[in-house]
Design a protein. Sequence first.
Length: 165
Amino acid sequence: MPSRSRPARDAAFWRCRFYWPDVVDPDYPYGEGAQLQLRSAISHLNEAWAVETAGIALHAFADILPWEWIVDAARWAYDEARHCRMGYERLRAWGFRPAELPLGDYIYASAAGQDPIYRLGMLFFFETKNIKHKPSRARLFAGYGDAVSQHDMEFDWADETMHTS
């Protein structure tokens, strides 16, 4: 059984700390075209940390916060799992095998040993950090003729808009 300080990761995936180069190299380009499509799908796959974090928050605060919050937190965890699945399915449709897919742990591990309120704050931070870019990325994907990536980005934007509110 994994502890709260170590994320659960399926051994079928390429388990790593950082799933995209710009995390360690700020000069690495965000990407355009196929690179942006790939990055988007990999980022969605890596929302596994957000599923785990939302689950920890749900567990930690279930006995002290009102039912409405519990329902919202459960929905948050579900939405993050759906984002993760969208990325996985997109990458598999492009022919990638799980062993080729980076599943990082640095975001989750960065809050190891911290009170769950810090994890919740971190999740909120990451939700708000990139939300402003999602509508333009969805339009880019539409321009590339990639309706699936467009759909995924629009769902992600809509969900994260709810989460941040």
